[in-house]
Ligand binder design. Sequence first.
Ligand SMILES: [Zn+2]
Length: 353
Amino acid sequence: MAARRKRRGGLIPALLAAAVLLVFLYLGGGDLETGLNEALDALEDAGAEISLGTEAPGETELPAGPEPPAGPEPPAGPDLPEETEPPTEDEPAAPPEGTLTMTVLEVGKADCLVLQCEGESMIVDGGNEGDEDYILEHLEEMGLSGFEVLVNTHPHEAHLGSLDAVIRAYPVEQAYISPYAHTTKSYENRLTALEEEDVPTAVPEPGDSFALGGATFTVLSPDPDADYDDEINNWSIVLLAEYGDVRFLLMGDAETPVETDLLDAGLDLRADVLKVGHHGSSTSSKRAFLEAVDPDYACITCDYTEKAGAPHEEVAERLDDLDVTGLRTDLQGVLTVSTDGSTVTVTTEREAA
Ligand SMILES: [Zn+2]
């Protein structure tokens, strides 16, 4: 219908023609339905707006897909689909207006974080392969309808394993990925999913920033020219979130060389909440770095039963020494850290044993 919108002849002659045609068909015992269709076509040719119920021309619903790529600069005002479903009674309420909330899912020694601010959502990493069901269930419980931003900090299995399932299940406006290209199946799956779902994908650089609701996220690392070689953890995207006076620092799996580079760069690393680098391993979270960040809370994504045994004792001790409240997914389950821009509140799925 939309293809034939040429105006020719004008409305009045067409109306007359349609009326004459109808009368003619009626008198002549013609097929009324065909007559109607021809009359409608005549009207349409005349450029008249005909509403046949569902489709109003020019008002077609926007596809759920993302906006066209905008290069490394993130889109200014993401408009996600407006078809947010009204929450049913079973669904938990979205985080209160005027907050930045980080939900740290329990995916073992792997990462999957969801950040929400003023109606906008972002996912950072996607657990291991096999975490799909848990992650998708949780996202559904949270009542999410899509993500303005998706970040894959670095291409290790434990950070992108189930990300392809998320990308296929939810519209994503913009993806940011590490400059380090990998060769694993999980990596391929993620890239394929981003391509097939037409998600604009960029490799951000230090200093780039984007908004999520009223929060600002700034990329602190990695510098594409850094000399981290094949130390994939160090190619993690490190993000500083600022909301009002409160700051969250998300380290991915960045280790001490990155911490040192950030300190040497003279950046203001202070943060109220630290997503601890590399699951609390002693390869990260050196004392000088923790002192510079000086967090109140440290979120550790870990599974102490695994062979790697993170978090390491020395990291726990350092946090203790510095009066930082450690939060662990293996002990406390899902961690929810929320701020109104001045104070931070924490809830956990379980009490630490
Ligand atoms: Zn990791």
